[in-house]
Write a protein that binds this ligand. Structure first.
Ligand SMILES: [Zn+2]
Length: 450
């Protein structure tokens, strides 16, 4: 049995049902799960590794529900820096012809490192660019996650029709895609509590997936209890395309293809009507809210509070690093808080409401009842933030300052009872070497087009 005692926690933000915040607390983990929490003097815990939280703020590890790791190699890519979604995609997609599984491993590792330093302990990725001959992309992502000790939900993304936004070299047949889904499901999906790896199905979008692929994906996910994910209702252009091509609004079209059950979650979900919001809520369907990308591409504002009131699940998503252009998960919650207040007013979302989207909300969306709060029985996934830093010095309410002040990095990060970051540094990763290798390879890919 492995034991970890986390002592000297200044603030324990439990995110339990009452959203209790405890002062001067401790947390005990055994074999990856929280077994006890308390305040005052910690227990003796014989044989336990002791981790000093240095008076910091402990929150549940953050859960990221939408990303495209490969895009870390196209941040601030000049041709698309001032464009909306579709022309931005057309420029960026040209970059990926030489992209290999090794490149995806490198990009994934960089993306994961960034998220871990900003509090993330579980992430999904929606990877759908599979250049012909590029190797086993999805296995490369699971390998990167295992090397870092991060919980990873890998989306088997797919495109089986030409959208005009990317070359035929990235299009696979429906049969190829579904055969690979079966393989990945067998090889990588672990549904047990405490799981570090899960597989979900993720056709890229209704613009690049056939009706057959959307329908087969939904049927497979439903039959096997896997997650099902795609982009939906991101832009008004998408509404127009869908009505012209299918005679249906985007959500209606997905529903026609069987995307109507709990386990489905859509990225962005901005342009839903009142009736669609109610329909999503009644089915407990999820929406991955990606505030920064929505602002960056001028797509619109997600109706977070309406979706939650209707019963839909809302999680946070940093989206791809080319439309964010960073994967700072705590920073994304800060953006969610601010954007909600732009839409609904200053009293519409508290800091704890925003933290809930990034913890319990994301856990519910990924159907992970073992994640999202710091209570006995849950996974020992803890982000510990410095209680005061340059950007929060002088604060009166340390917990509210986590989001009201400029977003900070973790002091330490624990995943499944293992300390992966201590005193702000990775315990098992040479970060400067990773950045150097990643940046050099990204510059090669950019240069190949010039
Ligand atoms: Zn996306």
């Amino acid at each position: 049995m492995t034991k970890l005692l986390v002592k000297n926690i200044g603030y324990l933000v439990t995110m339990d049902a009452t959203r209790a915040v405890w002062r001067d607390a401790w947390l005990l983990a055994e074999d990856g799960f929280i077994t006890a929490t308390g305040t005052g003097t910690p227990p003796a815990a014989r044989g336990a590794e002791v981790h000093d939280a240095r008076g910091g703020i402990a929150t549940p590890g953050l859960v990221n529900t939408h990303h495209h790791f490969y895009q870390t190699m196209a941040r601030a890519y000049t041709p698309g820096n001032n464009l909306p979604l579709l022309p931005w995609l057309a420029h960026m997609n040209k970059l990926w012809r030489p992209f290999t599984a090794d490149d995806l491993h490198l990009a994934s590792k960089l993306a994961m490192a960034e998220m871990m330093l900003t509090g993330c302990t579980t992430t999904s990725d929606h990877h759908y660019v599979v250049p012909r001959g590029s190797g086993d992309n999805f296995a490369a992502q699971f390998r990167a996650a295992a090397e870092l000790g991060l919980r990873f939900h890998g989306g088997r993304g797919s495109m089986d029709v030409t959208s005009g936004l990317i070359g035929d070299w990235a299009i696979q047949t429906t049969d190829e895609i579904m055969a690979d889904v079966v393989r990945l499901h067998r090889e990588f999906h672990d549904p047990a509590p405490g799981s570090f790896r899960q597989v979900f199905l993720a056709p890229c979008a209704a613009t690049s997936a056939s009706r057959e692929l959307l329908t087969l994906s939904a049927a497979y996910a439903r039959e096997h209890g896997l997650g099902l994910h795609s982009h939906c209702a991101e832009t008004v252009d998408e509404d127009k395309f869908s009505v012209e091509k299918f005679g249906r609004r985007p959500l209606e079209y997905f529903a026609d293809c069987g995307w109507d059950f709990e386990g489905v979650w859509y990225a962005h979900g901005i342009h839903f009507t009142d009736a669609e919001v109610a329909w999503l809520g009644a089915r407990k369907i999820g929406v991955s809210h990606c505030p920064y990308a929505n602002m960056r591409l001028g797509s619109g504002i997600c109706r977070v509070n309406d979706l939650q009131a209707a019963g839909a699940k809302v999680g946070i998503g940093v989206d791809g690093s080319a439309s964010n252009d960073s994967g700072h998960v705590l920073g994304e919650l800060r953006q969610a808080l601010m954007l909600c207040r732009v839409k609904y007013g200053a009293e519409s979302m508290s800091v704890l409401d925003a933290l809930a989207i990034g913890t319990t909300g994301g856990a519910a969306l990924l159907r992970r009842p073992d994640l999202g709060s710091l209570v006995p029985g849950k996974c020992a996934d803890v982000a510990i933030w410095p209680a005061v830093d340059l950007f929060s010095s002088g604060c009166e309410n340390a917990v509210d300052a986590l989001l009201l002040c400029y977003a900070r990095q973790v002091d330490s990060l624990i995943i499944g009872g293992r300390v992966r970051v201590a005193q702000g540094q990775f315990t098992g990763l040479d970060l400067p070497a990773l950045i150097a290798q990643h940046h050099a390879r990204a510059r090669q890919i950019h240069a190949a087009l010039n």
